[in-house]
Design a protein around this ligand. Structure first.
Ligand SMILES: Nc1ncnc2c1ncn2[C@@H]1O[C@H](COP(=O)(O)OP(=O)(O)OP(=O)(O)O)[C@@H](O)[C@H]1O
Ligand SMILES: [Mg+2]
Length: 303
């Protein structure tokens, strides 16, 4: 009798844990108890090719984003960053290749699966893409109106939470035309995280901002990434972002993956194309040399 009881206890317990791991709120549940996903390689792209007519713009690119970290896609204008990001979030079809989210290929998902995945993705578009005719509050509430059945009071509570988190407590009733560029980016960021996403994509979050405001935005994205254990992917030209927040960096050159590594590896990189992109000015080349000397004297075995 006791053996049968124990067997059933284990079976029901197993079923309960299994359903918790696969239910729609799995991410929130795992975050709450600080657990890791069983397969923590969350976003991987494999052999991505994209062409427009004869023109190949992404050529056989494979990469694995670091879960729960800030991942950067860098490269000169036209190297394919935005196209690659659009492919990663399913806004643009691939010519061939796979985009895997926890092992599941986005390019083969049906509409229901895609809709479910999209709810877990936050996106900050280049230029913020706010609705000019809507207030800050209505802009941030928009994804909740579209994707949830929350009551107005619940939505407003969530909107105020995220606005507070991006330090925009009293901006609810302002229109985009009435706020600064940096504030617009923060509104766009609040909108991107309002649904508590598991994945955050930012296309040039610093474009058009002064260096100081850029640092504020970078810091905010980094804090949100760590705080909510989001896997973040950022397209950027900004060298401060590269040095401060590149846990994983994919350097694109004319549609090809030219280099990958972290911001710490960049100092020692011998890749000429990467070096001429990152350390474009004489000043930065000198700074790299100084950093290498410093790092070598701290770690005599470093090559
Ligand atoms: N819809 C499209 N039709 C045809 N060509 C396109 C299309 N979208 C992008 N391209 C081409 O793909 C290439 C990569 O463009 P992409 O926008 O990804 O560059 P990027 O690295 O994001 O540049 P930037 O830093 O200026 O934003 C470019 O040569 C561009 O002209
Ligand atoms: Mg772009």
């Amino acid at each position: 009798m006791i053996v049968i009881f124990c067997e059933w206890f284990v079976k029901i317990g197993g079923l309960f844990c299994h359903s918790l791991l696969f239910m729609p709120y799995r991410n929130l549940f795992l975050q709450r108890f600080n657990w890791q996903l069983p397969n923590n390689v969350m976003i991987e792209i494999r052999n991505i090719r994209k062409s427009f007519g004869e023109k190949v713009v992404i050529n056989d690119v494979s990469a694995t984003m670091k879960p729960g970290n800030t991942n950067l896609i860098i490269g000169t204008s036209g190297s394919g960053k935005t196209v690659l990001m659009k492919i990663m979030i399913g806004l643009m079809p691939v010519s061939s290749g796979e985009v895997l989210y926890e092992g599941k290929d986005l390019t083969k998902m049906n509409e229901t699966e895609l809709k479910h995945l999209r709810k877990q993705i936050g996106m900050l578009f280049q230029g913020s893409a706010l609705f000019d005719s809507k207030t800050v509050e209505a802009n941030v509430m928009f994804p909740l109106d579209m994707f949830t059945r929350m009551t107005h009071t619940e939505k407003l509570k969530r909107v105020n939470e995220v606005l507070d988190r991006v330090n925009l407590k009293d901006a609810n009733h302002k229109f985009p035309a009435e706020i600064s560029g940096g504030m617009k980016k923060r509104v766009a960021l609040a909108r991107a995280i309002v649904q508590n996403p598991k994945y955050l994509f930012c296309d040039e979050p610093n474009s058009g901002l002064d260096p100081q405001t850029s640092l504020v935005i970078d810091k905010l994205i980094q804090e949100l990434t760590k705080e909510y254990k989001i896997t973040t992917v950022i397209n950027t030209h900004d060298m401060n972002t590269v040095m401060e927040s590149g846990d994983y960096i994919l350097y694109m050159y004319k549609g090809n993956k030219q280099w990958e590594g972290s911001n710490k590896d960049i100092i020692f990189s011998k890749d000429e194309k990467l070096n001429s992109f990152i350390f474009a000015s004489e000043f930065l080349t000198k700074a790299k040399e100084m950093s290498m000397i410093e790092a070598r004297s701290a770690k005599p075995n470093a090559k």
